[in-house]
Design a protein. Structure first.
Length: 306
């Protein structure tokens, strides 16, 4: 997104952390405990050795489950994250950059999210007011780019086109089409949960989601929370997502994505019902506060003349 220069944490990473926390806030209504997640990311070139000396195609790649990926590559990019749930509050550890970590806290009662950066003793607050401000700013930036596009030299025009693409906004009165899910007629037990597979297309990506009916409370609340949090997304940035589409079928326990030469697998390793300390959901009082609207101040109101 164009807000990537917001210092010091890019807004797009902030929103990614928020989306991840919200996507797992499904447990909030009838669940207290933890959910352990793992994400594995590899390139298809890293799988050449175990595929007869050539990169696997999409079908061959999607056939590789987490255990096979971990065995097939020497040093796979794997990350585990724990989501803590207590009543209407959810906390998720959120890597911000390659050398900095933080965590996101979602308060469903207040409709507010905080992204906390302990190393810098600060946090960013996101509320409905911030969503409205971002919607207005995105519309302003889009208008500015469209007006100036034809006048820009080739290098700046390319940059502006990339900005427009990354903003992923929809100013049309026609809502984007829903995500189409294709049943694959496959079932398997994943980390103790009986799951069924569906396939979807997300732009250039092919995505397979394995969903379970073994967690009905989580699945029901997941849809409710996703719908509620969508209201806090700027209207011109709302669009159907593959993950939300999978949620209509149950609780996603494994999501496999092939896009370009990258293969990413996100899985729920375990779900544990147990007490969670309330202080995990409290931002330290000595931390400095900024809001989403503060971050928007770094976005220029007009294009430079040169």
């Amino acid at each position: 997104m164009i807000l990537a220069n917001s210092r010091p944490t890019p807004i797009r990473l902030w929103l990614a952390a928020l989306a991840a926390a919200v996507a797992l806030a499904s447990q909030a209504r009838a669940f207290e405990g933890t959910v352990t997640l793992r994400t594995i990311s590899v390139t298809r070139d890293e799988l050449v050795k175990d595929n007869g000396g050539k990169a696997p195609d999409t079908a061959q790649t999607l056939a590789l489950m987490p255990a096979q990926l971990l065995a097939a590559t020497d040093k796979p990019e794997a990350r585990e994250t724990t989501v803590y749930v207590n009543g209407q509050k959810v906390r998720m550890d959120a890597p911000l950059t390659h050398d900095k970590t933080g965590y996101a806290i979602v308060d469903l009662t207040k409709g507010t999210t905080w992204l906390v950066v302990p190393d810098e003793k600060r946090y960013i607050e996101w509320s409905m007011e911030d969503a409205k401000a971002m919607a207005a700013k995105m519309s302003q930036v889009q208008k500015m780019l469209k007006e100036r596009m034809a006048q820009l030299p080739p290098d700046q025009r390319k940059q502006a086109e990339e900005m427009m693409k990354n903003m992923q906004t929809n100013d049309s009165d026609t809502p984007p089409p829903p995500i189409d899910l294709k049943p694959l007629d496959k079932t398997q037990t994943i980390n103790g949960m009986q799951s069924t597979a569906f396939e979807a297309k997300d732009g250039d990506a092919t995505v397979v989601g394995w969903v379970t009916q073994d967690q009905p409370e989580l699945a029901k609340a997941l849809l409710e929370v996703s719908n509620r949090m969508e209201q806090m997304t700027p209207p011109n940035m709302r669009k159907p997502t593959v993950r939300t589409a999978f949620q209509t079928k149950g609780f996603p326990v494994l999501v496999q994505t092939v896009e370009g030469d990258r293969y990413r697998v996100e899985e729920v390793l375990k779900v544990e019902k147990k007490p969670v300390a309330a202080d995990l959901f409290v931002v330290p009082t000595e931390y400095a506060k900024t809001t989403g609207r503060d971050a928007l101040k770094n976005v220029p109101d007009k294009m430079p003349d040169k």
